[in-house]
Design a protein around this ligand. Structure first.
Ligand SMILES: [Fe+2]
Ligand SMILES: [Fe+2]
Length: 136
């Protein structure tokens, strides 16, 4: 399972949000290492911390992005916010499982988070870029 490398195809046309997505991808790559390099001794601690970082940063990013979308008059903020909320709920579940010690922390989680991040930015976030472009 490869890490994610940000390139210009990820750009949503707003510098602040691009910077946040880059940081978020770095956090994902750290989670990737934490889960896949399971020869590390403090494996569980590192994984919990990586999930915590993911949750915390997602919260900051989502709230910024939702304000941005509202500010530009993007019409589908409610649906977009629901996608953010679903992600938050899913990651929080993984986080709690990890804390309880009964988690299945493996490539499945990494695959889900990776696919979600890439598809969310490339498909859902791109919709507001298009909205701004079409509005002119
Ligand atoms: Fe985003
Ligand atoms: Fe988003």
């Amino acid at each position: 399972m490869p890490k994610i490398n940000w390139d210009d195809s990820f750009s949503v046309g707003n510098d602040d949000i691009d910077r946040q997505h880059k940081k978020w991808i770095r956090i994902f790559n750290a989670l990737h290492d934490a889960i896949l390099n399971n020869d590390l001794t403090p494996y569980r601690t590192i994984t919990i911390r990586a999930l915590e970082d993911m949750l915390n940063y997602a919260k900051i990013h989502f709230s910024f992005e939702e304000k941005y979308m509202a500010g530009i008059g993007y019409p589908d903020v409610v649906a977009h916010r629901r996608l953010h909320k679903d992600f938050d709920t899913q990651i929080y579940q993984y986080y709690r499982d990890a804390q309880d010690g009964n988690a299945v922390l493996n490539t499945k989680i990494i695959k889900m988070v990776r696919n979600w991040l890439v598809q969310h930015i490339m498909i859902e976030d791109m919709k507001y870029k298009l909205f701004v472009q079409q509005r002119g």
